[in-house]
Write a protein that binds this ligand. Structure first.
Ligand SMILES: [Zn+2]
Length: 146
């Protein structure tokens, strides 16, 4: 280790090797008490005077509060980015086992009258429950396999 205690920046540093100079420069920045840097606190936006270039907050209090705030945000982000189902284009009609006439039209993309004609000509089976006419989804599927 280089002794930094008696280090002089200026006349003496020219005698250091490159590596030595690097260490000396770092030590100089970290240790000199002559540096005064005006900075803005990242938490409370107060202007404060610091001796080091790495200080971000005017006080320990601000540093702690900023740390807590960051942790809280990280937590929120984790919650936000939690497992979410990828929204799929899903037609709930696809799940219906017994669609009615209107729903069958939508499923098949055909008009009501075409559908009625298919039922009349026995191309498609339909069941009547009172005023409701329903079609079995499997019968619709059969249309595509016949
Ligand atoms: Zn502050």
């Amino acid at each position: 280790m280089l002794a930094t205690k008696n280090l002089k920046i200026g006349r003496d540093y020219a005698t250091y090797s490159n590596i030595g100079l690097h260490v000396a420069t770092l030590s100089y920045k970290g240790m000199s008490s002559n540096i005064r840097i005006e900075k803005t606190c990242l938490f409370c936006s107060e202007i404060f005077i610091t001796k080091t270039t790495v200080t971000k907050y005017c006080s320990d209090n601000c540093a702690k509060r900023a740390y807590k705030k960051r942790k809280r945000q990280e937590k929120l982000q984790v919650v936000d980015a939690g497992p979410q189902p990828i929204p799929k284009e899903h037609n709930p009609l696809q799940d219906k086992e017994f669609p009615n006439i209107q729903e069958s039209c939508q499923l098949l993309g055909m008009s009501r009258w075409t559908l009625y004609r298919m039922i009349k000509t026995n191309q498609l089976k339909a069941a009547k429950f009172g005023r409701r006419t329903i079609i079995m989804k499997s019968d619709i599927n059969k249309l595509f396999h016949s």
